[in-house]
Design a protein around this ligand. Structure first.
Ligand code: PMP
Length: 347
C-alpha cells in the first residue's frame, strides 16, 4: 500500500470527514458510504479506461473465488473453455474450471519450467469455447505476457491480480478482467471484476447467488454487505494513483524499476533470473543467489535494512522482489545497493 494512503486511512480512522464515525461503522446503504463506493468505481473507470459497456464489480473471496465464479457464469450452454497454462496461478484456475466443464489447455509453458510463453500461433484454441482464459502475470514465477492474446471468436478472460493498474491496458480487448486487490489496489479479500455487460445473465442455475455476476451487478455490488473498509481503501489508492499521473506515468516508473533490477541481476554473476528476457515480469522479480546456502543470511541482512518480504514463494524458494505500484524507485535502488554489497562480501 502507498504509505500516504495508510496515513490518510489512519487520520480518518476514527472520524471520516466529520461524521463522527469510522468508515467501518457506516451502513453500506448510507449516503456517505455510497459516495465512497461510487467515487471509487468512477476513479477506477477513469484510471483503467473502462467504458459503459462494462460493469465494475467489487466482490469478495479474493481472486481464487473467481476461478470458480468465472466458469459458473460464463460457460453458459457451452461445454468447454480454453485456458493457457503459464504457471501456478493458471494451474489453479484450470483445476477449478475443470469441475464445471471441459478445459482445453491450448498452450502450456510447463516444458520450459514456466520460463517462457509459447507463441500464439501455436495455440490450439477452439472457436467453440465459452472463453479464453490466461494469466497476464504469473506472480510466483515472475513470467509475464508482453502481448494481449488475440481472441476474435471468444471472450478473453484475464487474471490481472498482479498487473492491474500497473500500466495502461486496452480494456476493450477483454470480456472479463479480474484482480485480487492486494497487489495494486487495496487489502486482500476484495476482488475487482470488470465484465462486458453482454456476458452478464448467463450463469448456470446452480451458481450461488453471491457468485452470480448479474445479481452483483444489479445490486451495485451490495447484494450483501460488501467489504466496505477494503472498498474505501481501494478508493484511496485510486486517488493516490490519479495524483501520481495515472497508469501511464505509473507504467513508466514500473518499467524503469524492473529494467534496473533485471539489468543489475544480469550484470552480476552472483545473481540469476531464469525467465526469457522478453517475458520477465515488471511486478515480481524472482532471483537466486549463486549459493542457496546463503539465502538465510541474505534475507537476514535484507530485513535488517528494512528490505522486507524478499523470500521467494514457499513453492519455489529463492528470492522474489515484488515491486508493485506502491514500491518507490528508491526502494529498488536500496535493494540493488544491498545486493551489490552482499555479492561483494560473499561472492
Ligand atoms: N491469481 C494471481 C495471479 C495471484 O497473484 C494471486 C495471489 N497472489 C491469486 C490469483 C490469488 O489471489 P487471492 O489470494 O486473492 O485469492
Amino acid at each position: 500500500m502507498p504509505e500516504s494512503v495508510l496515513r490518510q486511512a489512519r487520520d480518518e480512522m476514527l472520524d471520516w470527514r466529520g461524521t463522527g464515525m469510522s468508515v467501518m461503522e457506516m451502513s453500506h446503504r448510507s449516503d456517505d458510504f455510497v459516495e465512497i463506493a461510487e467515487t471509487a468505481e468512477n476513479d477506477l473507470r477513469e484510471l483503467a479506461g473502462v467504458s459503459d459497456d462494462y460493469a465494475v464489480l467489487f466482490m469478495q473471496g479474493g481472486a481464487s473465488s473467481q476461478f470458480s465464479t468465472i466458469p459458473l457464469n460464463l460457460l453458459g450452454d457451452k461445454s468447454s473453455a480454453d485456458y493457457v497454462n503459464t504457471g501456478i496461478w493458471s494451474k489453479k484456475a484450470i483445476a477449478e474450471a475443470s469441475r464445471y466443464g471441459e478445459v482445453n489447455v491450448v498452450a502450456s509453458s510447463e516444458d520450459s519450467g514456466f520460463t517462457t510463453i509459447p507463441d500464439q500461433s501455436s495455440w490450439q484454441t477452439s472457436a467453440d469455447a465459452a472463453y479464453l482464459h490466461y494469466t497476464p502475470n504469473e506472480t510466483i514465477g515472475g513470467l509475464e505476457f508482453d502481448f494481449i492474446p488475440d481472441s476474435p471468436a471468444v471472450p478473453l478472460v484475464a487474471d490481472m491480480s498482479s498487473t492491474m493498474l500497473s500500466r495502461p491496458v486496452d480494456v476493450s480487448k477483454f470480456g472479463l478482467i479480474y484482480a485480487g486487490a492486494q497487489k495494486n489496489i487495496g487489502p486482500s479479500g476484495l476482488v475487482v471484476v470488470i465484465i462486458r455487460k453482454d456476458l452478464l445473465g448467463k450463469a448456470r442455475r446452480e451458481t450461488p447467488t453471491m457468485m452470480n455476476y448479474q445479481v452483483i451487478a444489479d445490486n451495485g455490488s451490495m447484494y450483501n454487505t460488501p467489504a466496505t473498509y477494503s472498498w474505501y481503501l481501494a478508493g484511496l489508492t485510486f486517488q493516490w494513483l490519479k495524483a501520481q499521473g495515472g497508469v501511464k506515468a505509473m507504467g513508466e516508473v514500473n518499467r524503469r524499476k524492473a529494467s534496473k533490477l533485471y539489468g543489475f541481476i544480469d550484470a552480476n554473476d552472483f545473481y540469476a533470473n531464469p525467465i526469457d528476457p522478453r517475458f520477465r515480469s515488471w511486478m515480481n522479480v524472482p532471483f537466486t543467489l549463486a549459493d542457496d546456502a546463503l539465502n538465510g543470511e541474505f534475507l537476514k541482512g535484507a530485513n535488517a535494512r528494512g528490505l522486507l518480504n524478499l523470500a521467494g514463494h514457499r513453492s519455489v524458494g529463492g528470492m522474489r522482489a515484488s515491486i508493485y505500484n506502491a514500491m518507490p524507485e528508491a526502494g529498488v535502488d536500496a535493494l540493488i545497493q544491498y545486493m551489490t554489497e552482499f555479492a561483494k562480501e560473499r561472492g
